[in-house]
Design a protein around this ligand. Structure first.
Ligand code: DLL
Length: 438
């Protein structure tokens, strides 16, 4: 079976854990010296870097959170001078402020290696054409896949997201063999190619899909329609983007690149580390990253870890598909959306609308449909239909500029959104995704 870094990917576990311990010691020391927030949290707990001698000491260390990135925006958590940062990426924060992460040259190289492991596992090599239809930009998906493709010597096709007709024509003309995009877009592309009557002209062999939850049924449908094998890849901006973990040819869980990341499963309420195999919140510590390292980062993704040896020979543990979130983040058309971002926009619009809203997400033709009902004020209700339509348009435009996607906004009568025990039900997700909405 083809592997990118066989020595590392099949390293005996004892050796791997020893390596993790050494790297953890190194990381804690340099973070204590260079990242004020981490130093303060260690001091609060009365901990010094010397208190960490191996992986067994990890549980003593303080957690870190998405809000830390907001509070130290933009570069306050970087552990190297900016002159060593080669690239930044960004993602949605819980409020209007995006979160920013940075990579040194070594970090970018490590990231490319992680994605290269995925590519080799799907059978790609220097003769492959890797069609990168994840967004190339501040989103980590596109560049992660692109650098991985270049690393293994394949031909990268950095087409980025959108423009479906052009995607299909390019896949046919350029001979794309590996498709990288969100699973929902893969299905959408398949359907569009079917409608165009060109499915048999595609040369695709495999697909690398992630960035949002997807079901086994979706996998089967993508595989059948595109006549490929569809692989799952996981990542998050704060840790690495795509390539934190990846499926091998056995397609039974995603191997975590444990030489770079230590994973733990905790109880999201108590913070207690749970026994092997339990379901809980996934927490990562980055032990090789230089630019923006994190210790015990709370991903909010709920899943479990599988320590059983895998038939493929890789020794790195596998994580099961994320099965929901311990916060209220949703992923709509591949974009991370927090209800708090929507509330901020509604407050900005002023007193013509109330902050009572309901988000309805559905899936039509394999695309997420995103609608928001907002209760208008009594004053606006008394105004003209035109005035109401104008506010609807204004909210859609504001949301589009904040989130990057524009929902259909409908202003509804005051007090018309159903409340249960006085509380409005904010999110109705009808997509029925395994792992729920993230
Ligand atoms: O989505 C990175 C990525 C890009 C992963 C391309 C895979 C492919 P963020 O935008 O920061 O980064 O979103 C991270 O997406 O915490 C999960 O909740 C969710 N997620 C990512 N991959 C998967 C997956 C990218 N394979 C958040 N299955 C994470 C389910 C996923 N959820």
């Amino acid at each position: 079976m083809s592997m990118w870094q066989r020595d590392i990917e099949t390293m005996p576990r004892e050796e791997l854990v020893k390596l993790q311990g050494e790297r953890l010691k190194w990381q804690v020391k340099r973070m204590y010296e260079n990242v004020e927030l981490f130093r303060n949290r260690m001091d609060e707990k009365g901990l010094k870097p010397e208190d960490v001698q191996g992986v067994e000491d990890l549980k003593k260390l303080p957690f870190s959170y998405k809000n830390d990135l907001r509070d130290c925006y933009p570069y306050g958590l970087f552990a190297v001078p900016m002159s060593e940062i080669r690239r930044v990426h960004a993602s949605s924060g819980t409020t209007g402020k995006q979160i920013v992460v940075g990579y040194t040259e070594n970090d970018l190289d490590m990231w490319a290696d992680c994605f290269a492991r995925m590519l080799k596992a799907v059978g790609a090599d220097e003769n492959s054409f890797v069609h990168v239809a994840y967004g190339l930009g501040l989103f980590t998906g596109g560049f992660g896949a692109h650098d991985g493709a270049v690393k293994i010597g394949a031909t990268a096709i950095p087409i980025s997201a959108g423009n479906t007709q052009r995607q299909i024509k390019t896949m046919i003309d350029f001979g794309s063999t590996v498709l990288c995009c969100t699973p929902s877009y893969a299905l959408y592309l398949a359907e569009a190619a079917e409608e165009m009557g060109v499915l048999d002209q595609l040369k695709l062999k495999a697909g690398i899909f992630g960035a949002e939850p997807w079901t086994e049924e979706m996998r089967k449908e993508i595989e059948r329609k595109l006549n490929i094998k569809a692989y799952d890849i996981y990542g998050l901006s704060e840790i690495l983007g795509p390539g934190v973990s990846y499926e091998c040819e056995c397609q039974c869980g995603m191997h975590i690149c444990e030489d770079n990341f230590i994973a733990e499963i905790i109880d999201p309420d108590t913070g207690e580390v749970l026994p092997e195999g339990s379901k809980g919140e996934l927490v990562f510590t980055t032990i090789t990253k230089e630019g923006f390292p994190v210790i015990r980062y709370r991903t909010r993704d709920i899943c479990s870890l599988n320590y059983e040896p895998c038939k493929c020979g890789r020794t790195h543990i596998r994580m099961n598909k994320p099965q929901g979130r311990s916060d209220d983040m949703m992923i709509i058309r591949g974009v991370n959306v927090f209800p708090s971002q929507i509330e901020e926009v509604l407050l900005k619009v002023g007193n013509q609308v109330t902050p009572n809203y309901q988000i309805i997400i559905d899936r039509e033709n394999n695309t997420d449909v995103f609608e928001i009902n907002v209760e208008m004020s009594e004053n606006l209700l008394a105004d003209s239909v035109k005035a109401i339509e104008k506010i609807e348009k204004q909210i859609t435009a504001e949301l589009r500029s904040t989130l990057g996607i524009g929902p259909k906004v409908r202003l509804v009568n005051p007090k018309s959104i159903e409340r249960s025990e006085g509380k409005a039900k904010r999110i109705i997700d009808r997509r029925n995704l395994v792992g729920g909405n993230k």
